[in-house]
Design a protein around this ligand. Structure first.
Ligand code: BV8
Length: 260
């Protein structure tokens, strides 16, 4: 459990009061949640081989259709990177929070760091890196995948044993619909919110829809919306409060404030 002496950041009193008074806490997380684990955010300049490529151009059916080995190599590098890092204190604080409040995590992140910190995740609205499937017949691909130790420009994707199609990552590309189950679970979680509950919006630039619309939906249910992000975002003005700090400091401070 997060202890008070771990918290170095001072939280606005109204933020702590809001969370203290909440029965349910919806947590909407984006790439900034994993930044302090060493996972580059979506809008950070890409490094190495992909530094000249915009992720939102790479995370598309078009890019895949043009050059599957190039797109597969990018995802294989990201899968290896996520395997090599650990959840941070922010992930662990959310797992601790679940012992104090009813917590529902809806994440845009395709990594498994919330789960590895001990949280259960209500919805991965943009899919998951580790859930592979055949790009042609859709069959899940569960065989072990060899990943590059160093980034490589091209790697032939695995072949589907059912139809010999290329295997793709189970993420949602731009222009693709969000998984029905994830959308339904998110809508159900937002529907449970009542006035006095809280929605924490952590580490997202609020650029990508429909996920960027979730804070407004939570507010419409009467929840108090609190943005946790070092910088202002596209959705800051639809949040009630803002804590301008990093997730791995703010979230432990929030939990410590509940238990202190
Ligand atoms: C859809 C998985 C219906 C892949 C991702 C034209 C044609 C087609 C679609 C559209 C279109 N115009 C608009 C759209 C809709 C489009 C969209 O919103 N585009 C945007 C760019 C305008 N959306 C879609 O296509 C979605 N599907 O709409 O289907 C449809 C279908 C056809 C036609 C029309 C509509 C699907 C979108 C899903 C895309 N897949 N990820 C992969 O990972 O490879 S999106 C990806 O970027 C992430 O998953 C994330 O969701 C998203 C945004 O990233 P963030 O998480 O916000 O991260 P970002 O880097 O942006 O920001 C990080 C933040 O953290 C910053 O604010 C920073 O300050 C902060 N931070 C940094 N450090 C810390 C921190 N915060 C706290 N602590 C720290 N330490």
């Amino acid at each position: 459990m997060t202890t008070p002496d771990e918290s170095t950041i001072a939280l606005p009193a109204e933020v702590l009061t809001a969370v203290q008074g909440a029965r349910r806490v919806l947590v909407l997380t984006g790439a900034g949640m994993s930044a302090e684990s060493g996972v580059p955010t979506f809008r950070d300049a890409q490094s190495g081989l992909w530094e000249h490529f915009d992720p939102s151009q790479l995370a598309t059916q078009e890019a895949w259709g043009e050059d599957p080995p190039f797109v597969w190599a990018w995802y294989a590098w990201r899968m290896q990177l996520v395997r090599d890092v650990d959840p941070n204190a922010g992930h662990r604080a959310l797992a601790d929070l679940a012992a104090l409040r009813e917590v529902m995590i809806v994440t845009q992140n395709v990594d498994d760091l919330h789960e590895r910190a001990g949280s259960s995740v209500t919805a991965h609205v943009h899919g998951r890196l580790g859930e592979l499937r055949c790009a042609d017949c859709g069959a899940p691909y569960t065989a072990e995948v060899s990943l590059p130790v160093e980034p490589m420009e091209r790697i032939d994707p695995p072949t589907c044993p059912e139809c010999e199609g290329d295997v793709r990552p189970g993420v949602v590309w731009f222009g693709e619909m969000l998984p029905d189950a994830a959308v339904a679970a998110t809508d159900a979680a937002i529907d449970t919110l009542e006035p006095g509950d809280v929605a924490l919006v952590v580490g997202t630039s609020g650029v990508v829809y429909p996920a960027a619309g979730y804070p407004a939906m939570a507010r419409a249910e009467g929840a108090t919306v609190i943005e946790i992000n070092p910088t202002e975002t596209e959705i800051s003005d639809m949040c009630d409060h803002h804590v301008r700090g990093p997730a791995a400091e703010v979230l432990p401070a929030l939990v410590a404030g509940l238990t202190g």
